[in-house]
Design a protein around this ligand. Structure first.
Ligand SMILES: Cc1cc2nc3c(=O)[nH]c(=O)nc-3n(C[C@H](O)[C@H](O)[C@H](O)COP(=O)(O)OP(=O)(O)OC[C@H]3O[C@@H](n4cnc5c(N)ncnc54)[C@H](O)[C@@H]3O)c2cc1C
Length: 466
């Protein structure tokens, strides 16, 4: 046998699983399709040793796993810049404000928004992130989209627009795409719905000095014998005593395999024997969100001197939200515009020049004409990435969690599943990836001790024994 385990995908999930198994004395091969590690974490070098993130970036006080992992490899954090006024465009009207929502939204819309957030918060608390299908009213919640829920529960147009904008920015999907049960699961796993939307008081409180991708780079640097990049896995064959993993130019054999790639991409690998339909159907129902992250780079963060935080939100503009993502010392000035959900689907059809002009125009409307005068503009279209195919995470469409949720983590024969979508703590985020990698490693180590894997196996759930 070549190795005890093969791990597919060197994002945070696969890197974590590999690290844990190696520490337990296992021999591991970590196969990564790209020529870099980090997956949905990717950096952009600004010069002078500084870098910013084109992928995952923020974390909060409740994000204990990513904080702990970063500490273990010596990556420091700093506070997100969040001083000064914010700008919002709601159904074409411009507001400046502090806090979560513009107070001038109106005397009826404001309490309407507040009530809706409270309602979602209460519902989310009742959804266990590890088994959302067991939540009270799970089927009812899973048969609604976020949009249909809003139509029943949010009375005013501005409150509805602001709420769906916030969800589109946080989940990268249109409100009509998302199962309400998924919205609640993700919110509860993240630390709460309001927490998910907040900056300083929420999940966007901190960033990593040198970028979040440097956590992945440093984890990988400790796995030189395990990691192989440029290894695109196309097939997984289960045999009675082993599993054979193959791709162009390589074949590897081990006792077990951990598939640590996004759910949709896991469904594109060819399995022999074919995967139980129950699991394959899950991979057809958890599409990746849609996001293009754009960096507008300036000599300095000029908006700070104007008393602005740099945050611009828009219910109908080219991006849903933009933040000040300058390095810790504020030089150079960087704004990150998140083109997400329906906006991403529209803007992906434009040429890069048209996209740049649309995004800069949106920033200039929010922060003044200086915002259009960039020294550099960089975009990362995650929809186009062959080994990601969208982000921030794979979301559940209506009916998926109640019908196929148990297949998310259930091992199939010698195949175990990781990846942020299978995490529990902060699923969908960096923390979820780490949580899933640790859990997958624990499952393998438990099998070694002769224990049954935690949770039920897919073949038991389906009666389909492989
Ligand atoms: C724009 C953006 C913003 C985000 N913002 C945040 C944020 O602020 N905070 C936060 O916590 N999270 C954020 N996220 C989400 C976070 O980045 C992800 O949840 C996390 O990085 C996922 O890690 P993973 O290991 O599960 O998957 P991935 O990072 O996707 O890793 C999977 C790996 O598998 C590889 N792979 C795929 N197919 C194959 C194959 N066939 N063979 C071999 N290898 C393969 C890929 O190349 C990749 O390296 C964001 C993501 C994006 C893209």
């Amino acid at each position: 046998m070549e190795a005890d385990a093969i791990v597919i995908g060197a994002g945070l999930a696969g890197l974590t699983a590999t690290r844990e198994l190696k520490q337990a004395g296992w021999t591991v091969r970590l196969l990564e399709a790209r020529e870099r590690v980090g997956g949905r974490l990717k950096g952009y070098a600004l010069g002078d040793g500084k870098a910013v993130d084109l992928g995952g970036e923020y974390f909060g006080d409740k994000s204990t796993l990513i904080a702990e992992t970063a500490r273990s490899v010596g990556v420091e954090r700093f506070s997100t810049y969040d001083d000064g006024e914010r700008v919002a465009f709601v159904n074409g009207k411009r507001f400046t404000y502090g806090g979560l929502i513009p107070l001038r939204l109106g005397p009826v819309a404001l309490p309407d928004f507040g009530r809706a957030v409270l309602k979602i918060e209460r519902l989310a608390r009742r959804v266990p992130p590890d088994r959302p299908w067991t939540a009270p009213d799970a089927e009812k919640l899973d048969s609604q989209t976020f949009w249909s829920w809003c139509r029943r529960n949010v009375a005013t147009a501005p409150a509805r627009a602001f709420l769906t904008m916030a969800v589109e920015a946080a989940y990268c999907a249109g409100p009509a795409d998302l199962s309400m049960l998924h919205v609640l699961t993700y919110a509860n796993a993240s630390g709460g719905f309001r927490y998910l939307l907040e900056v300083t008081k929420g999940i966007q409180r901190y960033r990593f000095d040198g970028g979040a991708h440097s956590v992945a780079d440093k984890l990988a640097a400790r796995l030189p014998d395990e990691l192989r990049t440029g290894a695109v896995v196309r097939g997984i064959e289960q045999r009675s005593d082993s599993v054979v993993v193959s791709g162009p130019g390589f074949t590897a054999r081990a006792r077990f395999v951990v598939v640590a790639v996004p759910v949709t991409l896991a469904g594109r690998i060819a399995y022999t024997p074919a995967l139980a339909g129950f699991r394959d159907q899950l991979t057809q129902r958890m599409p990746a969100g849609s996001a293009i992250k754009c960096l507008a780079i300036y000599d300095e963060p000029f908006w700070r001197a104007d008393g602005r935080s740099g945050q611009v939100t828009s219910t109908d503009g080219p991006f849903r939200v933009a933040f000040d993502t300058s390095p810790a010392d504020g030089s150079p000035g960087v704004l990150s515009a998140f083109v997400t959900g329906r906006a991403a689907r529209t803007l992906t059809l434009l040429s890069p020049a048209e996209r740049r002009s649309a995004v800069l125009d949106g920033l200039a409307k929010g922060l003044g004409p200086r915002a259009a005068k960039v020294v550099d503009f960089v975009e990362q279209n995650w929809l186009d990435e062959e080994f990601t195919r969208g982000c921030y995470h794979g979301y559940a469409t209506p009916g998926t969690l109640t019908a196929h949720g148990p297949a998310l983590r259930a091992p199939i024969g010698r195949i175990h599943w990781a990846g942020t979508e299978t995490g529990v703590h902060q699923l969908g985020s960096m923390g979820g990836a780490i949580d899933s990698g640790r859990r997958a490693a624990r499952e393998l180590l438990a099998r070694e001790r002769g224990e049954r894997p935690a949770g039920r196996r897919a073949e038991e759930l389906t009666g389909h024994v492989q």
